[in-house]
Write a protein that binds this ligand. Structure first.
Ligand code: MG
Length: 274
C-alpha cells in the first residue's frame, strides 16, 4: 500500500523540504573551479545540523553492509550519482551533481541538481537544460487519475527526443517517514502495470540523463555510478506531493521559490554578462 499523507504530515514534509532547499542554496556560491568536494559537503551538512535536522545519507546502507560516509553525494562529469565527497577539487568545464537528503521531526526530504562549473561546452549546457526540463515534465504529470507511468513516460520522452540517454538502472522513489519508500519511480516506461496516482502521495522524482548511452556501471568504491561510455551525466530531483490541484514541490524555499529556478537565474545572468 502506498501511504497517503495527512495535512499534518504534509506540513512536516514541507518544513523538511524548505530546510533542505535553504541548505542547498547556501552551496550555490561555492560551486566554482577549484572547490573541494568535501568542503561543498560541509556547507550543506552544517546548514542541516544547525537547524536541528539529520543528514539522511550519512550512514545510509540501502540494505547493504557499506555505509555512505557523507551528507551529500557529489558526482562529477561521467559520474551520474552516489559520488563520495573527498579532497578532489572540481574543474572548469565540468558538470557536477549534488544530491542531499535530510530528516526533520521524523520526515524526510530529498533533492538534487547539477551545477555547471565555470565555462562549460554547449553539450553540457544542453544536458543541464534537458535534465532540468525532464524533471518538470515528470512533475507536471504527478496528478490524481494519472498513472506513475505518465510521470516516467514524460521524462523519457523529453530526454530521448533530444537524443540523450535516460538512465534506467537507477530510479526515483516514494518518500515520507523513510527516505526510500514504495513505489519505485522509473524514468522510463518500465511496464504496463502502473500505480494510479492519488492526492496525498509523495515521491522523489529524479531524472538521471547521459549525453550518450544509458548503461551504467558502479565504481570499486561500491557507490559511485558512472556511465559505461564515460559520457557526462546530469541529475535533478525534487520531493513532490500529488494534490487535487497542481503538483506541489515540497523541496522549495519558505518564500515559495524553487531553488532550481534560483540557480537557472544565476546562470542566465552570468551568461548575459559575457
Ligand atoms: Mg532520491
Amino acid at each position: 500500500m502506498i501511504k497517503l499523507r495527512s495535512p499534518r504530515d504534509i506540513e512536516k514534509m514541507r518544513r523538511a523540504g524548505a530546510l533542505l532547499a535553504k541548505s542547498f542554496v547556501k552551496v550555490f556560491d561555492h560551486v566554482s573551479p577549484g572547490a573541494v568536494t568535501q568542503d561543498l559537503d560541509s556547507v550543506i551538512e552544517e546548514a542541516i545540523l544547525q537547524a536541528g535536522a539529520i543528514p539522511a545519507f550519512k550512514g545510509y546502507s540501502g540494505g547493504g553492509t557499506k555505509k555512505f560516509p557523507a551528507t551529500t553525494c557529489i558526482s562529477v562529469d561521467e559520474e551520474i550519482v552516489h559520488g563520495i565527497p573527498s579532497q578532489r577539487s572540481i574543474k572548469d568545464g565540468q558538470i557536477v551533481g549534488i544530491d542531499a537528503g535530510l530528516k526533520l521531526d521524523g520526515w524526510f526530504s530529498d533533492m538534487a541538481c547539477s551545477f555547471l562549473v565555470g565555462e562549460v561546452d554547449k553539450k553540457r549546457q544542453k544536458l543541464w537544460n534537458i535534465t532540468r526540463e525532464a524533471l518538470y515534465a515528470g512533475i507536471e504529470q504527478a496528478r490524481p487519475g494519472n498513472y506513475l507511468l505518465d510521470v516516467s513516460g514524460a521524462i523519457q520522452d523529453h530526454v530521448e527526443k533530444s537524443g540523450f540517454g535516460i538512465i534506467r538502472d537507477l530510479v526515483g522513489h516514494g518518500i515520507g517517514q523513510e527516505l526510500h519508500e514504495e513505489p519505485q519511480v522509473p524514468n522510463y516506461r518500465q511496464s504496463m502495470k502502473s500505480l494510479k496516482l492519488r492526492s496525498g502521495m509523495t515521491f522523489a522524482i529524479e531524472p538521471m540523463v547521459s549525453i550518450g548511452d544509458w548503461r551504467i556501471k558502479t565504481l570499486r568504491d561500491g557507490w559511485t555510478a558512472i556511465t559505461r561510455d564515460r559520457s557526462p551525466a546530469g541529475h535533478f530531483e525534487h520531493t513532490v506531493l500529488v494534490t487535487d490541484g497542481e503538483p506541489l514541490i515540497l523541496t522549495r524555499l519558505e518564500d515559495g521559490r524553487d531553488p532550481w529556478d534560483v540557480l537557472g537565474q544565476m546562470y542566465s545572468s552570468l551568461r548575459s554578462k559575457e
